[in-house]
Design a protein around this ligand. Structure first.
Ligand code: NAD
Ligand code: WQD
Length: 352
């Protein structure tokens, strides 16, 4: 039987590369479209190394309609998993037009090209940030989208709304919105992981770089929140669990309409708990100091992921220690991330 072909936009990035691996291992063919603005092609070579099968890589932009049309005419795509986008919250405040252009215009261009090609099955990377600051915890999919705190969050909310309207306007469409909580961790091989460019914005890669000696100490933003130890609480989930959630979500695309799922572990972990656990598992000190709160941070939120459990058969299976051990293995074996191999070119690459 012919394998179903999945287009993975942003498939060279952190989550997209892990998801591409899971898809290959589940028997799908994978076509990755990525413009490599925040990724290295080396990540895909590692995917192929682990999976023992190949990915078709197309270097191109989701905003490039001609590139998309060519892709859909060259490949018989069954469904699209759409990861491509910009994700740095603080950068979105200083460069809102870039964020709306890539995240919103890019997603709309992708949907137009899909519709023209008759490919109306889409899984979209959304975020817990769409619930907004006033939602009670745990967040549940039945809650409305709230006001957003930055252009990044607004861009996710806008695309969600557009996809909701699209799926109501045309019954051919089936769309799954996956609202991620805080993905961390790495593939257990130590060959793949998160490779942020420049100073990491997020907690986990920052801690990992402190533990490996690449940065001096962690700045903990705020110790006066109304939480048990005064630091912010988040719902961290393993990137492999998250990736498996995408494979399960593909099954939901056989039912037309809009389907929304939280993907989180359902447990809150504070910044200080994370620091303590990382130091224990890595057996390295993680020095830190307290600083004022970071603008826009919420004190605490976590997921109610029962809907994903009931309807997708998905649950986060890997615990915090495993998330940290896998991050640490990746960090130790690749202290500079993929960068040493950043100029490697694959023979299978085509360019739009
Ligand atoms: P990432 O930056 O590692 O991956 C995004 C990928 O998209 C990169 O490979 C980048 O090169 C590519 N890309 C960017 N603009 C593009 C364009 N115009 N055309 C083609 N490719 C483009 O980020 P990630 O952490 O893997 O996140 C993947 C998706 O999940 C994003 O949409 C992000 O907003 C969403 N998300 C991430 C998190 C998180 O904490 N990492 C949480 C919630 C949602
Ligand atoms: C976690 C906690 C920080 C760095 C962000 C986006 C969200 C989603 C996931 C994409 C917070 C604290 C962090 C540091 C710290 N992304 N922290 N020192 O803010 O929950 O979510 O990434 O969709 O939209 O907002 O994750 O990892 O940045 O922060 O003390 O150097 O760690 O204040 O409390 P966040 P994070």
């Amino acid at each position: 039987m012919q394998k179903a072909k999945i287009l993975v936009t942003g498939g060279a990035g952190y989550i997209g590369s892990h998801a591409s691996l899971v898809l290959l291992e589940a028997g799908y063919e994978v076509v990755v479209l990525d413009n490599l603005t925040n990724a290295s092609q080396e990540a895909l070579q590692r995917v192929e190394q682990i999976a023992g099968s190949s990915v078709t890589f197309i270097q191109g932009d989701i905003r490039d309609r001609a590139c998309l049309d060519l892709l859909f005419s060259d490949h018989d795509i069954h469904a699209v998993i759409h990861f491509a986008g910009l994700k740095a919250v603080s950068e979105s405040v200083t460069q809102p037009l870039s964020y709306y252009d890539t995240n919103v215009c890019g997603s709309l261009t992708l949907c137009r090209a899909m519709q023209a090609a008759g490919v109306c099955r889409l899984v979209f990377s959304s975020s817990a940030t769409v619930y907004g600051p006033d939602a009670p915890v745990p967040y549940h999919e039945s809650m409305p989208r709230g006001r957003t705190a930055n252009p990044y969050g607004t861009s996710k909310s806008m695309v969600e709304q557009a996809l909701e309207d699209l799926s109501q306007s045309d019954e051919r469409w089936s769309v799954v919105l996956l609202r991620y909580f805080n993905p961390i961790g790495a593939h257990p091989s130590g060959l793949m992981g998160e490779d942020p460019q420049g100073v990491p914005n997020n907690l986990m890669p920052y801690i990992a770089q402190v533990a490996v000696g690449r940065r001096e100490e962690l700045t903990v933003f705020g110790n006066d929140y109304a939480t048990a130890d005064g630091t912010c609480v988040r719902d961290y989930l393993h990137v492999m669990d998250l990736s498996e959630g995408h494979a399960k979500a593909l099954g939901r695309l056989s039912t037309p309409g809009l389907h929304i799922y939280n993907l989180g572990a359902g447990k809150g972990v504070s910044v200080l708990q994370m620091v303590e656990a990382f130091a224990r598992i890595s057996e390295r000190p993680v020095p830190y100091h307290f600083a004022p709160r970071r603008d826009g941070d919420l004190a605490a939120f976590w997921a109610d992921s029962q809907k994903a459990e009931q309807e997708l058969g998905w649950q986060a299976r890997r615990g915090l220690d495993e998330m940290i051990a896998d991050t640490w293995r990746w960090q130790c074996r690749n202290p500079q991330g993929y960068s040493t191999d950043i100029h490697t070119k694959s023979q299978r690459t085509s360019k739009c």
